[in-house]
Ligand binder design. Structure first.
Ligand SMILES: *Cc1c(COP(=O)(O)O)cnc(C)c1O
Length: 437
């Protein structure tokens, strides 16, 4: 039997110093119950808790660790960079080097700013869109998560969905009026909003492959339609690729869908496991940012050399073939999961895009936040706990995505499929069955 006594002790202590014992809500395991695992170390596709348990990790720090944990070249580069100083508060060549990787892989980005988190990137992108268009409203979609800045906390995904905090206290009502939150994949709703406010909408921001209400790719016509409408009404189209950037595909989501957005936000993979993020896009918009323009944005640790080094070391190693390989592994895994769930008569909706994958315990196709929320949460929470017992670390919420790395082996995947099988069996024995919402 798996021991978690040390994690439990750590959790008790951390509860004395952090709200809920954690520094980011979903880490608290709120929707699956039990104690979050306190991590000692990780290497490749495996993560080890303080009790010494070994898990195959599909959370991968929520996406960034695309080469697996503590990858040799990334670690070496960070260590060598640290020896030369960890922060200067002045420009360094590493920033330009990472930027050239970003431009190469995401050609819609002509110029950019380095920031420290996805939250900063999206917050700044919206400010820029508002500053450029001199309009205040913007459109987002229910179940999409764009970080935790005020304007985005309306029907948001990720932890906001997990903890059912649809509208966060502390966000001024006046500000929220400027956020129009519409149903994902509903182009008519976007069209209606533009007709209603033809000269008030600064931007449409979207997760082109939503990963914070479970994994739900946008329909291609939906994105094309938004591109057309934003042009027609003079609003900016912002692709929030904090999760999908360098993740879903070699060319990110915009390459996959063939859409040329005005602004893009990146995070997660771009920092290679250290805090770095990017917002960027067409130069004519980016030139509104201070010191060239008047839209203010700044950061003491922005472009931090360690984060730049980790980002560069990550991006320079990734080839198109790596993405194909990872995708093959994802398909093997998700096809296997479907088959096993079918054998156990458990309704499941499985989705996979490139190196991202997810599943819902749900009888009906999941296309938006509403259908995502109709999944069996109770069953999932028991399922998640049993998967941990089987040595598999999955995202602790149905509203989160799982990931694949280049470090995952066929053995890992076999082990994972076997764990699904044994977990479903164990749950059936305990009388825990799918009941729907
Ligand atoms: C993770 C995420 C963010 C927020 O990034 P942080 O670095 O956690 O602030 C924003 N948008 C999307 C799509 C994300 O997945």
């Amino acid at each position: 039997m798996r021991q978690t006594t040390k994690s439990e002790l750590e959790f008790k202590q951390s509860n004395n110093v952090f709200p809920g014992g954690v520094n980011s809500p979903v880490r608290a395991f709120g929707s699956v119950g039990g104690t979050p695992l306190f991590i000692d170390k990780a290497k490749g596709s495996h993560i080890y808790d303080v009790d010494g348990n070994d898990y195959v990790d599909y959370v991968l720090s929520w996406g960034p660790m695309i080469l697996g944990h503590a990858q040799d070249k990334v670690v070496k580069s960070v260590m060598e960079t640290a020896q030369k100083g960890t922060s200067f508060g002045a420009p360094s060549p590493l920033e330009t080097e990472l930027a050239s990787w970003v431009k190469k892989r995401v050609p819609s980005i002509e110029t950019m700013r380095m920031v420290n988190s996805g939250t900063e990137a999206t917050m700044s992108a919206i400010r820029l869109a508002r500053g450029y268009t001199k309009r205040e409203k913007f459109i987002k979609f229910n179940g999409c998560y764009h970080g935790h800045s005020d304007s985005f906390l309306v029907n948001a995904g990720s932890g906001v969905a997990t903890f059912e905090l649809e509208d966060s206290p502390g966000v001024p009502k006046e500000l929220i009026k400027a956020t129009l939150s519409l149903d994902f994949n509903d182009l008519e709703a976007v069209e209606e909003a533009f007709k209603r406010y033809p000269e008030e909408i600064a931007a449409v921001i979207i997760e082109p492959i939503a990963g914070n209400m479970g994994l739900i790719p946008a329909k291609p016509e939906f994105l094309k339609g938004i591109r057309r409408l934003t042009k027609e009404y003079g609003a900016l189209f912002i692709f929030d690729e904090v999760m999908t950037g360098f993740r879903c595909d070699y060319d990110s989501a915009q390459g996959l869908y063939g859409i040329d957005p005005d602004l893009t936000t990146l995070g997660k993979v771009v920092g290679g496991g250290l805090p770095a993020a990017v917002f960027g896009g067409k130069k004519k918009y980016m030139d509104q940012i201070a010191p060239v323009g008047a839209v203010y944005q700044a950061g003491t640790l922005s472009g931090n050399p360690l984060a730049m080094a980790a980002g560069i070391a990550t991006l320079e190693q990734l080839t198109k073939e790596d993405y194909e390989e990872m995708n093959k592994k994802v398909l093997r895994l998700t096809d296997g999961i479907k088959e096993i769930a079918n054998q156990h008569h458990i309704p499941i909706q499985v989705s996979a895009r490139g190196t991202m994958w997810g599943f819902f315990f749900n009888e009906s196709p999941v296309i938006d936040f509403k259908t995502s929320k109709a999944s069996d949460q109770h069953f999932f929470s028991h399922f998640h706990k049993e998967m941990l017992n089987q040595g598999i670390y999955l995202s602790p919420s149905q509203f989160e995505t799982n990931f694949m790395s280049t470090a995952h082996t066929n053995e890992d995947i076999e082990k994972t499929l076997q764990a699904f099988n044994e977990t479903f069996e164990a749950l059936a024995k305990k009388g825990i069955v799918y009941e729907g919402k």
